[in-house]
Design a protein. Structure first.
Length: 415
């Protein structure tokens, strides 16, 4: 059979009807009456041996040499009993799936999966969602996840670095890599191209916890009481701030405290600590010893809840009628501190720092008592294994002296 040449193809003129020029091996050029010249491969479908045609493309976009190369590729598939049409459709579906598999869709899939895992609090979920909506999705969301290069991500984040938002960049990089690892481990990408891009950015300088000096406790308490009297915040928020001061507990634990965990007779508050316990989903037990001042605060909260509609039936100590959780938030505690002392002087967690600093500076208490009261895990694994002491008797003594100190520095009457 005579094969085609470029000259013969160029000279092929349209006729009243479509006609075919053959190059052998099933490769044909259909010359249509409108002048269009289309390459097709005529073949037998695997197994059923039914004739079929697959379009290769039009001439001269697809040259004779290119059409022959494509014929060779299709012949290789047919030798493996693979239908070229089905193979092409499969490749197109995979391509469309990759293009549709954007970073945004993968990010939200990761987020929903992460929410089901341990150690992902409601507050963390809320902060993560805000970070994604404000920064991550607008910057990278539309890119197919397997097409995001280091340069794309670096260029997207550099403006934030130039604005001095180094802590925000750090958080974004952490979440981006969480999503990329999620995609990698599930076979959606072959490698995490963004794993090392954090090296291209300046590290934020740690500013520590904003706190006040022990000598400023009386000033803070005076301003806290004045803000309460001026109705800058609700009375139960005032009590919550005092309980954080009196116990050194994490503000998040105070905010979601439950009555069932408080034993007035034994003067203890027992709950599970989630923070720092990734391998213990239910958390570790922590016992807070309650001074007479802390007990008095809790008794006042009971009275307050009794006159607030629907609050008396709540399992939570510090009830919120607006928050979905049913209890007050850390933000409410933070705002009370700001409304009392101003912005930038003391954070919610800074109260714990103040608690630790003041007690350590007295030299009267063992560091182990203080660390245990703060519910800090012992970093020495061997020591932690053998040291199960909770120093309850010592902590009762220490927290009572601390409660007395707070009351002495607070306006009169104490409550």
């Amino acid at each position: 059979m005579t094969t085609l040449t470029d000259t013969k193809i160029k000279q092929a003129k349209p006729k009243e009807k479509d006609y075919i020029l053959s190059d052998g091996g099933g490769l044909r050029l259909i010359v249509k009456k409108n002048g269009t010249k289309t390459w097709v491969l005529n073949y037998y479908k695997p197994y059923i041996k039914k004739k079929s045609n697959i379009t290769i493309g039009t001439y001269p976009v697809i040259s004779l040499a290119m059409a022959r190369e494509k014929r060779g590729e299709f012949k290789v598939l047919l030798a493996q009993d693979i239908d070229p049409i089905e193979h092409r459709e499969q490749l197109e579906r995979e391509k469309a799936d990759r293009l549709n598999r954007t970073f945004e869709k993968m990010a939200w899939t990761w987020f929903e999966a992460r929410k089901l895992q341990a150690n992902f609090s409601e507050r963390t979920a809320k902060d993560t969602m805000a970070l994604m909506n404000r920064h991550i999705i607008p910057l990278l969301g539309k890119y197919p996840i397997d097409k995001i290069t280091p340069l794309i991500a670096i260029n997207a984040l550099k403006p934030l670095e130039e604005q001095g938002k180094l802590e925000t960049v750090k958080k974004i990089l952490s979440k981006i890599n969480d999503v990329m690892r999620f995609a990698l481990h599930r076979g959606f990408i072959a490698s995490n191209n963004l794993a090392q891009i954090h090296k291209e950015f300046d590290k934020p300088v740690s500013k520590g916890m904003n706190t006040i000096d022990p000598e400023e406790i009386d000033e803070f308490l005076t301003l806290l009481y004045q803000a309460r009297d001026n109705n800058r915040f609700s009375l139960n928020i005032f009590y919550a701030v005092l309980l954080v001061m009196l116990t050194g507990s994490r503000p998040s634990e105070v905010a979601k405290a439950k009555w069932e965990d408080i034993n007035f007779q034994e003067r203890t508050w027992t709950y599970r600590v989630q923070k720092g316990n990734k391998n213990l989903p239910e958390g570790r037990e922590h016992i807070v010893t309650l001074s007479t001042q802390a007990i008095e605060v809790l008794e006042k909260v009971k009275v307050y809840n009794a006159i607030v509609p629907m609050a008396s039936n709540s399992p939570f100590v510090f009830v919120s009628l607006t928050a979905k959780s049913g209890h007050i938030t850390i933000e409410a505690i933070r705002q009370a501190i700001i409304k009392s002392l101003g912005v930038g002087r003391l954070t919610t967690h800074g109260i714990r720092h103040l608690f630790s600093t003041t007690l350590n500076e007295t030299g009267a208490y063992s560091a182990d008592w203080i660390e245990s009261a703060l519910s800090h895990k012992d970093k020495d694994r061997m020591r932690k294994t053998y040291n199960k002491a909770q120093y309850l008797e010592h902590r009762f003594y220490m927290l009572q002296e601390w409660g007395d100190y707070i009351e002495e520095n607070a306006p009169k009457p104490f409550l």
